[in-house]
Design a protein around this ligand. Structure first.
Ligand SMILES: *Cc1c(COP(=O)(O)O)cnc(C)c1O
Length: 396
């Protein structure tokens, strides 16, 4: 049997390679941070990590993790409800709900699991899920696992959302689902308008704050802070794998009864291991840092404003952004790859995205800014973009 299957797989793999879509992984041999070293020996400035607050290699988080490793051990060897809950897990859940101004929180191994386990326990075939067309893959998968009726509206299109809500008036409960920040463009979901429509059309809201938490809003509390809707949104999901230290872990936070029911019924919570004590402890320390100062958010916002401003000034075509994501539009797939390769030679590490990751003819380089970038890093990045842009005759 395997021989047949093997040749089938080999064909699939060649098709991926021929389409130029085969993903190779670059090997990093230093900690994750603004300046990294790759296995060719080259040192590059990293502009493609989700390390928005520069915390991936933060000494305070590392020492909190080490302390927990000594005091609470390495692993939990259990799911939460059997014998996988330490005081640290409960403290982290409390920190998360304090950060977002919500009633309770539940931890998962990843936000992929949080999204995979949020819909099925809460909604049934009489209900409706109304989802933004650009929502993350894990939301799409989570919705698939649930029997609720599905409606989809074009990214941020409030007229279409209202039409979906009208169509769903016959359903028992309605849940609008959106990413907080859409990762390919960097735009923020219009949560103020979504909230208005939810009131008008009697619906609930879920926001995935993976790319927005720690980033968006004056103190980085996410889109609910940006739109002054703290505590007003029924469900928020998010990750500890991006701005919040970048290790691993996800969460759902929101209304008390929702979290309570997820603890009873959410399958990735019930049937998957607890996060290690060191990750929980570093998470607690991270939220403590967040409550002490918004210095990192301030630096991130300043860095983003500076980078985007200089890039526009240089004549690059930049997607409107309200996050730490800066999409440099190149439109042509090959150009996006050539541009990224040329930048790498200049010591600037970015990724070019093209179809099917972004729509056909919308190829781009996605730059992700970080509070960990120094002025020198930013200036080197901008200079390399301008040099390459001139060589490729994209800017004057
Ligand atoms: C990254 C991301 C996830 C997945 O988070 P993990 O914790 O890495 O599984 C989920 N949703 C959105 C919107 C994301 O950007």
């Amino acid at each position: 049997m395997y021989q047949d299957f093997q040749s089938h797989l080999q064909k699939e793999l060649s098709a991926i390679t021929e389409a130029g879509l085969y993903k190779n992984e670059r090997i990093i041999v230093s900690p994750q941070q603004a300046a990294i070293k790759v296995n060719t020996g080259q040192e590059v400035i990293n502009f493609c990590a989700n390390n928005y607050l520069g915390l991936s290699n933060n000494p305070r988080l590392i020492s909190a993790a080490k302390k927990a490793l000594d005091e609470r051990g390495y692993g939990m060897s259990s799911v939460r409800f059997i014998c996988g809950t330490q005081d640290r897990h409960k403290e982290l859940e409390k920190s998360i709900s304090e950060f977002f101004g919500t009633e309770d929180a539940i931890l998962y191994a990843a936000c992929f699991d949080a999204n995979g386990g949020v819909f099925e326990p809460l909604l049934g075939s009489q209900d409706a899920i109304i989802s933004d067309s650009l929502n993350h893959a894990s939301i799409i998968d989570g919705v698939r696992l649930c029997k609720a009726e599905r409606y989809r509206y074009s990214n941020g299109d409030m007229e279409e959302l209202e039409q979906c809500l009208q169509k769903a008036q016959g359903n028992r409960y309605r849940l609008i689902v959106t990413d907080g920040v859409f990762s390919m463009d960097g735009n923020v979901a219009p949560l103020d308008k979504i909230y208005e429509l939810s009131k008008k059309c009697n619906a609930m809201i879920m926001v995935d704050e993976s790319h927005s938490a720690g980033v968006v809003g004056k103190t980085g509390r996410g889109v609910t802070e940006q739109y002054s809707l703290r505590g007003q949104i029924e469900i928020i999901t998010g990750t500890l794998g991006k701005a919040f230290g970048g290790a691993v872990g996800g969460f759902t936070t929101g209304r008390k009864e929702i979290i309570d029911l997820l603890r009873q019924r959410s399958r990735p919570y019930l049937f998957s291991n607890s996060i290690p004590p060191m990750v929980a402890a570093a998470g607690i320390e991270m939220f403590k840092m967040m409550s002490e100062t918004s210095e990192l958010q301030d630096r991130l916002h300043k860095n983003t404003e500076y980078f985007v401003g200089k890039m526009k000034e240089a004549g690059f075509d930049i997607k409107p952004t309200q996050s730490a994501i800066c999409a440099v539009m190149l439109y042509d797939a090959k150009l996006s790859q050539d541009f990224a390769s040329a930048l790498l030679k200049e010591g600037i590490y970015v990724t070019g995205f093209y179809y099917p990751v972004v729509p056909q003819g919308q190829a781009r380089i996605r730059v992700q800014l970080s509070a960990g970038h120094t002025q020198e890093h930013l200036d080197k990045g901008i200079a390399a973009f301008i040099k390459t842009g001139k060589e490729l005759k994209l800017v004057k």
